[in-house]
Design a protein around this ligand. Structure first.
Ligand code: ADP
Ligand code: MG
Length: 310
């Protein structure tokens, strides 16, 4: 970004205070972090114009916020606390420096909210579309991360919040569930966890594959957003439940609990974001949806995938 690049980086540096565990933040060739007391979580996400957001329809603030929020959601899904963030952007030459600032302003506001330090990144401009990549480091809240692989037959499948219709706005404005996961881990240890980025039907498969178990989801228990109903009513050809199963980008947490922990968690829960039990994990490697009459059917293959040629 020619001379503007350095002006921009100077501005980003003044906007992101260096504090522990960052010893050297923005301004040198690499950041320097204090040695960590525990194992560390690291996640990277790349968001591309036309795929993950539409820059023509959105303020840069919202795009920058979403880029960080997606990575913070991954840290939450590992049972973690987010600590530092890194951000690499390829800004279209036509966009200008003010645009790049707003992008970072959105990202930095969310970083402040969750006490995450922006400790570095890379700033490029080109004739292509906007691409923004965030990397977030975190630490597991309970010493050990919560993986996709710990679910056992008999565990209860639970979800935070409500699902479906995220394209109607939620996929830009969602709150990463970092506060919720902190309380959850104070109350119990989930046996497995994932964040819902591809849609419930796709992501529950990841939990089942990772853990070597099956699942029976009670279709009457899946919490539906107003947006799932609206999307269904406006001619999508899908039921609200199908929106909840397939839309993706809910960025809610899907996790399994020992059934003995469920009551305690629900009794002590104090966040506005709900926790809802929606099914049970099974020894049989099945993926079933149970309807209101108790009839099982195969979980439909809904959900978002990036398509790569074979
Ligand atoms: P180098 O060419 O040595 O990698 P840069 O000029 O790219 O150095 O970056 C200078 C400093 O600014 C580095 O500390 C880098 O991490 C930081 N930085 C660059 N772009 C960003 C950005 N978009 N967000 C946060 N920090 C950034
Ligand atoms: Mg660089």
């Amino acid at each position: 970004m020619s001379g503007g690049e350095f002006e921009l980086i100077d501005w980003i540096a003044t906007r992101s205070a260096t504090r522990a565990p960052v010893l050297v933040g923005i301004g040198d060739d690499a950041a320097v972090l204090e040695p960590a007391a525990s194992s560390q979580l690291v996640t990277t996400d790349m968001l591309m114009d036309g795929v993950d957001f539409l820059s023509a329809e959105l303020p840069a603030l919202v795009i920058g916020r979403k880029a960080l929020a997606v990575s913070l959601s991954d840290i939450a899904a590992m049972g973690g606390r987010a600590v530092t963030a890194f951000c690499a952007v390829a800004v279209p030459k036509s966009a200008g420096q003010q645009y790049a600032r707003e992008l970072h302003e959105g990202l930095l506001a969310l970083a402040d909210e969750f006490e995450v330090v922006l400790a570095g990144g890379d700033t490029n401009s080109w004739d292509g579309p906007l691409v923004i990549t965030t990397t977030v480091l975190g630490e597991p809240l309970a010493g050990q991360p919560v993986l996709r692989s710990g679910a056992r037959p008999g565990d209860v499948l639970c979800v935070t919040g409500a699902l479906g219709g995220s394209l109607r706005g939620h996929h830009y404005s969602f709150q990463p569930r970092l506060k919720e996961v902190q309380l959850l881990l104070e109350l119990a240890r989930p046996t497995s966890m994932i964040d819902l980025s591809d849609g419930l039907a796709a992501d529950v498969r990841h939990l089942c594959d990772g853990s070597g178990v099956g699942v029976r989801i009670d279709s009457t228990k899946v919490p539906l957003t107003p947006a799932a109903h609206e999307a269904s009513q406006t001619g999508s050809g899908r039921t609200p439940l199908e929106h909840a199963l397939g839309d993706g980008e809910d960025f809610e947490l899907l996790f399994t609990l020992d059934p003995n922990d469920l009551e305690r968690v629900q009794a002590a829960w104090k966040h506005a974001t709900s926790i809802t039990p929606i099914g049970v994990m099974t020894a049989e490697l099945e993926l079933l949806l149970i309807d209101a009459q108790g009839q099982p059917s195969q979980l439909p293959e809904l959900g978002w995938k990036h398509h790569l040629a074979e």
